[in-house]
Design a protein around this ligand. Sequence first.
Ligand SMILES: Cc1cc2nc3c(=O)[nH]c(=O)nc-3n(C[C@H](O)[C@H](O)[C@H](O)COP(=O)(O)O)c2cc1C
Length: 199
Amino acid sequence: MKKILHIISSPRREESNSTLLGKSIIEKLQAQHPGSTVVTNNVVDKNYLPLQPVHVTAYKLPDESHTPEQRKALQNSDEAVAQLFHADIVVISIPLYNFNIPAALKGWVDHVVRGGKTFSYQAGRPEGLLTGRKVYLAIASNGVYSDGPMKPMDHAEPYMRFILGFMGMTDITTYRIEGSGMAGVMETAVKKGLESVLI
Ligand SMILES: Cc1cc2nc3c(=O)[nH]c(=O)nc-3n(C[C@H](O)[C@H](O)[C@H](O)COP(=O)(O)O)c2cc1C
């Protein structure tokens, strides 16, 4: 029995390929680990604010010295961090936007990468504090980036691998629904992407 956290970052709801792929990964995980629970965080709905002065100041202070205003401003961040600590498996559904992650997901990143909570500096070196978790990235794109000439243009997967690794999450597997804007590929893109999920 596993505790699964699903991060959704497409605004396209039922139309979203990244959400579909993430759900398919979760179905297979649930079949493998009956009784697993799923917490969903739709970061588009949650609308994590671009960091304001209050966040940046509060991030540097210990919890016990936060003012009521800082505590309130950090509520969403604290909840997002707690969700990560609670999870055994994190599935992150990502629509590729302008060769990178969407702003809604970057907002979530800015609210979970926190010194003293998800990483710390030991002897001048960063140490991730969220070790021991499995992560699946479910990436959807119109182009094909897993291989071929466009591979170097995908900044989403390398960035997510880096920033999750920075927080200690280094066991990462990527699945894709890709080529859904390319004639000759789009016809089978969804089927191929869903069938590629081996768990
Ligand atoms: C604002 C925007 C930017 C996009 N940028 C790219 C891109 O850089 N490369 C690409 O292959 N597809 C791009 N797409 C297409 C999406 O990646 C594609 O529609 C994907 O299926 C979106 O994921 P979703 O189905 O989960 O919403 C873009 C779509 C939008 C709306």
